[in-house]
Design a protein around this ligand. Sequence first.
Ligand SMILES: Nc1nc2c(ncn2[C@@H]2O[C@H](COP(=O)(O)OP(=O)(O)OP(=O)(O)O)[C@@H](O)[C@H]2O)c(=O)[nH]1
Length: 349
Amino acid sequence: MKYSQRYHAELVNRDAETRRVRLTLRAALLGVVLTGFFAWFDGWVTGYVFHALAEGISCVALSWLVWGLHRGYAPQILPLLGVALAAVLLAILTVTGAPGDGVVIWAALLPPLAFFVLGVWRGLLVSLGFCLILNLTLWLCITLIPAFGLNWLAMVNVGASLLASTVLSLLYEHSRAHSARRLAHAASTDPLTGVANRRGFLAGFECHMAVAVRSCSPISLLLFDLDRLKQLNDELGHAAGDAAICHVVTVIEGMIRAQDLLARLGGDEFALLLPDTDLAGAAALAHKLQAALAQTPLEVAGTRWPLTLSIGLAEAAPGETDYDRLASVADRCLYRAKEGGRDRVVDRC
Ligand SMILES: Nc1nc2c(ncn2[C@@H]2O[C@H](COP(=O)(O)OP(=O)(O)OP(=O)(O)O)[C@@H](O)[C@H]2O)c(=O)[nH]1
């Protein structure tokens, strides 16, 4: 299907980006509280000055991150910075922790954080990179600085817990992303015809309008409505009405370009967005669609039922991106086409 992959991906990416920023903000807030508490705990209770210093610096850096995310500043880079900061802090705690006090366990927190905040592939890359670098550092400390008091068992524990946590996070994030894709598909597709529904259309509309404005190219909208569907439903049954709607979509999909966006807005009302097309081009296509439909009547229950469309057109003014204005012009034209006797194209009103 022409529509599906591109616009579902667009919807999923947009949702994923918003979710990523939201999760980073929450994780960073939790990080501020935890690092603040442990900076105090290690400074005043355990006396681990080095730990207290690392946690204090992380607390300040995470506060800055929270502030930046809250202000909406460069959200793409800040989540990556947040994870990098957490990685450095967890590595310091793991490498400098006294043997037997269990701090190695903190390293296993990084994979879930990286997957939740960065998504599947970047999360996997960061988790495996972290596992590799941390184990290399532990190995160097064990062989070169015995005074650190680390042993091979600590290294095996860190490596195993990090890998286990990476695999679990990968499985979880993978199934979550799969569900998100399926949900986005269901939420933006018309189940009867498989073309975009209103939500999918509006997502695609935004993308196309942004491209049209950037490239200063014309873009037109067709709104069309099947004529006398109620009569078909009444005479041949609802299933025949459904078949008529699907038939119209099949005929039109066979005639439009890959970049055109066809959607069923509801009932027997459709929209077709035509990038790189002015009003004259859109009118020519509208007449062609009518002619094609006239040549291929619906064959149902042993009868041939002629299908016709009423079509209203509008071309976006230069720089215009507002759906409501463009749709209201096309809708007025469609109304005129119905009023004028149906089975016609109206491009001015
Ligand atoms: N079979 C079927 N009918 C539908 C579907 N959605 C809406 N309808 C029916 O389609 C008809 C649309 O009615 P209208 O658009 O008001 O009128 P029409 O009969 O198409 O006549 P005009 O639009 O005035 O030419 C209604 O009777 C709806 O019940 C659907 O998914 N399947």
